[in-house]
Design a protein around this ligand. Sequence first.
Ligand code: THU
Length: 134
Amino acid sequence: MDVIGQLFEAAKAAQARAYAPYSRFSVGAAVMTPEGAVFAGCNVENAAYPVGTCAEAGAIAAMIAGGGERIAAMLVIGDGPELVTPCGACRQRIREFAAPDAPIHVADATGLRRTFSLDELLPFSFGPDNLGRQ
Ligand code: THU
């Protein structure tokens, strides 16, 4: 299976496990490392609403816990007529681990809808290099 196919299947499976009883808006996300490992996450809401976490944050946490270090590509899946792009906070989370040209794929149940580069989603960003880390 190609990269997008692998990310799509992993993100879709995670979306099906989302815990979203308040918004009823289930999101899945998957990252692929440069080595080809795939890690997925889903949104996990909370009765104390601001404590809920996004699918992208879950996928990144799974990657770090699993020993991955960099995001080569990412896919986010969500339903509805609008593109489900990462929220602002998650764009910054992705920025920590991905290059400006890393593809961020946006999908729904029918498949891939659009691909952005990280730099398109978060231009002129602040990142590890600002603090002397490359
Ligand atoms: N959500 C994500 O998990 N990722 C996104 O890219 C957009 C929004 C979640 C947060 C919340 O649980 C629900 O979707 C509605 O905002």
